[in-house]
Design a protein around this ligand. Structure first.
Ligand SMILES: C[S@@+](CC[C@H](N)C(=O)[O-])C[C@H]1O[C@@H](n2cnc3c(N)ncnc32)[C@H](O)[C@@H]1O
Length: 194
């Protein structure tokens, strides 16, 4: 038996909860790897909304989709994920975050606890029953531990009646390896759209 690596497990969780024809969100587009993966899962009849605050990331993601002829399946948005509710009103089947900075770009432009939590809150109310939000938490960079702790504190306090929260982490790896937090909605909440 081989334990799934962190990125592999994140993909597995998304593929388990998102079906062909559904809506998904990539909250941190970056170089577009996750947007492309979600576009493949949702198929021709589904759609992906992908967010990033850097034009560089928007361009990289758009180009990756075009290269794979999947650009019609995604809307790539130059705005912070904390504003997701401005753009997405449909029920979503799943969402993914890769926290931290854009590899190969300015390491000072990072996700932050405050806006990440705002985005999670908005996404939770759009999430279908048994849908999932997957966060890959990188915390080795400056500011990473503050965000990690804020997010862990927030998700640990989500009501058990409505959500199951999982942490998937290798405990004996050096150099602050990334880990996963996944939130599954197990019951409809009073703030879900009717
Ligand atoms: C670790 S990278 C994402 C990597 C990406 N998933 C990929 O496949 O390449 C984190 C990204 O989050 C973006 N970001 C930072 N704050 C953000 C915010 N408030 N809303 C959306 N994206 C944000 C950064 O610009 C950066 O591109």
């Amino acid at each position: 038996m081989k334990l799934q690596r962190v990125l592999q497990y994140a993909k597995f969780l998304l593929a388990e909860s998102i079906e062909e024809g559904e809506i998904a969100v990539d909250a941190t587009a970056g170089n577009g790897h996750d947007t492309l993966y979600l576009a493949e899962i949702v198929g021709e009849n589904g759609h992906v909304y992908s967010f990033d605050i850097q034009q560089e990331a928007i361009d990289a993601t758009t180009n990756r989709l075009i290269d794979h002829q999947l650009d019609k399946r995604a809307t790539v948005i130059l705005d912070g994920h904390q504003h997701v509710a401005k753009y997405v009103t449909e029920t979503i089947a799943g969402a993914v975050f890769n926290l931290g900075y854009l590899p190969g770009a300015n390491h000072e432009i990072i996700t932050t606890g405050e806006t990440t939590i705002q985005a999670i809150e908005s996404l939770l109310s759009l999430l279908k029953l048994n849908g999932i939000i997957v966060l890959v938490i990188y915390h080795g960079h400056e500011g990473g531990k503050t965000e990690r702790d804020a997010v862990l504190n927030y998700v640990s306090n989500l009501p058990q009646k409505y959500f199951q929260v999982l942490k998937y982490e290798f405990l004996n790896q050096k150099n602050d390896p990334p880990f996963i937090v996944a939130i599954e909605k197990t019951r409809k909440t009073h703030f879900d759209p009717k």
